[in-house]
Design a protein around this ligand. Structure first.
Ligand code: CA
Ligand code: CA
Ligand code: CA
Length: 211
């Protein structure tokens, strides 16, 4: 655990998704006058958001019980409307630290799959096109972030051909990386809610497939 924290702190100095930069393109303007620009000033999170990560002002609520995307998304949004949502992972540091916490749980959802807050715009020509976090930030496409499922590099829309089958994001904690999925797996998924005081981008949320 101590080793994990040291590694995390070291990583904070230079672990953006690409070239040491945190990717936040398109993030909505902070509406709470926070000096930090992250919505955290004056932010009060529900007590159920008990997980904190070093170097982050966010609080998190991992959910290990299985359900579909729509139920988890709704639950996160309702915890503190406008301040909470499915987790938006802004950097490889946040991805690594969150993975460590999730892997520390004795109880795991199906396949250690946790829904997080990103979606692909429908009608794309390739599985890798137009992925955004609910904040509006672009989800970079590279193997530091996206994992492997059934020997296939993700995102793959299930079969490598994009036809809007898999447009939602799952963090598989056992590999610490994202998979694209349907959100409808019969056995369900866990989820991670984040409280950061930052509203989600309605344009991105409008892409969420109908249940
Ligand atoms: Ca975040
Ligand atoms: Ca897709
Ligand atoms: Ca997939």
């Amino acid at each position: 655990m101590v080793r994990a924290i040291v590694a995390f702190v070291a990583c904070l100095c230079g672990c953006g998704f690409e070239h040491g930069q945190v990717i936040d393109a398109g993030r909505p303007e902070d509406t709470k006058g926070s000096d930090a620009g992250d919505g955290s000033v004056g932010l009060v999170c529900p007590e159920s958001y008990a997980v904190t990560l070093p170097g982050s002002t966010s609080k998190y609520r991992p959910i290990v019980s299985n359900d579909n995307f729509w139920m988890h998304d709704d639950a996160c949004n309702k915890d503190a409307p406008g301040d909470t949502h499915l987790a938006v992972i802004d950097s490889t540091a946040e991805l690594a630290a969150l993975t460590t916490v999730l892997e520390g749980s004795v109880t795991q959802p199906t396949n250690s799959w946790y829904l997080v807050g990103c979606v692909q715009a429908p009608g794309q020509s390739t599985p890798t096109a137009m992925w955004n976090w609910f904040s509006g930030a672009t989800v970079p496409i590279n193997t530091n972030i996206w994992g492997i499922y059934n020997s296939a590099q993700q995102p793959n829309d299930g079969d490598g051909i994009e036809d809007d089958v898999e447009n939602l994001c799952i963090l598989q904690s056992s590999q610490g990386k994202l998979l694209d999925g349907t959100g409808r797996n019969a056995l369900g998924y866990g989820a991670v809610c984040e409280c950061d005081g930052i509203a989600t981008d309605p344009t991105v949320r409008a892409r969420i497939p109908a249940m």
